[in-house]
Design a protein around this ligand. Structure first.
Ligand code: 5RP
Length: 220
């Protein structure tokens, strides 16, 4: 089985987590794209979706799934999204695709966060994947210097601008032993919009696709 096969299997399994008649929160990335393709096969059962990025919005619309603005909805039953890394507590690094801020906002509104991932994403300690930090452009130099004090190697993501008009610094070489503490600390740096640690609000369920099938994981 290829990694794409596994991503597709996890995406397919997520359909069983949805609440019929409710608007669905939809993440960003290749695994989320597979989920959108699956959602399209049963779209008549849902009023529509809230998108966590412009890329997701356009894929949903291509499948004739109605896209609601987040401010049009008061609550979301379920948010489905991928991850770059996920640990046993279902805390994650996200933002490899640069959509971390909108992903975090949509996830905050949802009652249930369903992470869909292939087995390569499961780690015991977060940090091998460089941690994305979204930064207001005028604060780039300041934030880069502050991140260097934390440890690790900050690198500006070349030629990339987020849907919000901001920049991304990827912080490589971390071993994140206390994800909620680092998530809060990074958010205290003036000029940081948000960071890709999803620890204070992690996933509620992880559908982890392995060669032996899709496992349903809950937090340790
Ligand atoms: C995008 C994300 C994605 O969920 C994450 O990068 C995983 O992507 P993929 O499903 O393509 O492996 O956080 O901002």
């Amino acid at each position: 089985m290829t990694q794409d096969d596994l991503k597709q299997a996890a995406a397919r399994a997520a359909l069983a987590q949805l609440v019929e008649g409710e608007i669905v929160g939809v993440g960003t990335g290749s695994t989320a794209n597979y989920f959108i393709d699956q959602l399209a096969t049963i779209r008549e059962r849902f009023p529509g979706a809230v998108a966590s990025s412009e890329a997701t919005r356009s894929r949903l619309e291509k499948h004739q799934i109605r896209v609601f603005d987040l401010n049009e909805v008061d609550s979301l039953a379920v948010y489905v999204d991928g991850a770059d890394e996920i640990n046993g507590r279902l805390q994650m690094i996200k933002g490899g695709g640069g959509a971390l801020t909108r992903e975090k906002i949509v996830a905050a509104v949802a009652d249930k966060f369903v992470c869909i991932a292939d087995q390569a994403k499961r780690v015991s300690v977060l940090g091998r994947f460089p941690l994305p930090v979204e930064v207001l452009p005028m604060a780039l130099g300041h934030v880069r210097r502050e991140l260097a004090k934390i440890g690790g190697t900050p690198r500006v993501r070349e030629g990339f601008v987020t849907d919000n008009g901001n920049l991304i610094i990827d912080l490589a070489g971390l071993e994140i032993v206390d994800p909620p503490a680092l998530e809060s600390r990074l958010n205290q740096i003036v000029g940081v919009v948000t960071n890709g640690l999803f620890a204070r609000r992690g996933a509620d369920v992880c559908l982890l696709a392995t060669a032996d099938g899709v496992l349903t994981l809950t937090a340790d």
